[in-house]
Design a protein around this ligand. Sequence first.
Ligand code: SF4
Ligand code: SF4
Length: 363
Amino acid sequence: MFDKNFEDARFSLNICNACRYCENICPVFKAIELRRTFSDNDIIYLANLCHDCRGCYYACQYAPPHTFDINIPKIFGTLRLETYKNYRNSKFSKDIVDKPHLFSIATFIVSFLFYTISSIINTGKLSLMGIVDQNDSFYSILPENFLIITMFIPFAISLTIYIKNLIDYCDYIGIKKGDFLKLFNHIRSLKSLVLLEFLDGGGYGCNYPGEEYSFSRRIYHQFVLFGFKITFISTLIAAFMSHILNISPPYTFTSLPVIFGSIGGALLLLGLTGLLYLRTKMDRIPYSENVSSMDINFIIILLLSVLTGFLVLLFRSTTFMPILLIIHLSIVITFFITLPFSKLQHAVFRYVSIYKFFSEINK
Ligand code: SF4
Ligand code: SF4
């Protein structure tokens, strides 16, 4: 199956290299033109450089129903998924990528049981309802250090897997260690990644969800990206207040952690629901259906962690606080544990591919 996908991609890329009609649409075609032949490693690099803007599909005179059946976004989407599953030959990672929802549900159940049992042991009470006073903090349910450790361990493991992926992928697509240390290329690549430059379709926007040009996908992605950043800032401020200023939570609605957390959460909600909405409208021909469960699974977990975060905030002075807190923590843990196998791993592969692209054109 993997070989067949490479064959299909090689067939299409050779036609593109002769045609070159799309050379100004995106960097992928500039990278194609630097090559006469396409190794498997080249194809994986190009697939991960593609931002799925779909411009080449709607511009192509050989797209389906033409017998050449050139459908670059679809074949690259399939290959990206195969990258996540196969290029490391890990059966474990392959199984998780194939059935992300099962892995996520199992992780959530285990986390929920773990936090529930821990809170019962900590409070000495069997019922999760009504065991706190109005002014009690979350730490009366689960101690602060316990929470920090249980959040940090899965986060650190995920981060380690991400770094390993980054090193392995650099090696796979032929970036040597010394070549990955060029500051200018990193600045250029980071700028491109953060601004999602390659989703601008040459200045007109993507052909997404349909053939018309639109910036909606890029904008919703930006909401998600900035939502992440602002909630991270909120966490840093909360840590500073708790550990340096010795001001323990719960923080008031007008405090900085709550304001930043709410703005970040609102941006995430807007971005994620927008992306889900666009998916319901999208043209499915230039799309690899195989990636669907991974895409949706990631969006749902993130949406649930934001929604339950807001519920904890709104009901933190009520008897629902303990159960809502445990549900929220279990979803956040599920998010951390599933991260290296989720849709978000594309950020690493894409960043390295963008870096290679700027290295190639700046030679
Ligand atoms: S996608 Fe089609 S139009 Fe664009 S370069 Fe390839 S063959 Fe030519
Ligand atoms: S889908 Fe967009 S980013 Fe991907 S190869 Fe085609 S034009 Fe380039």
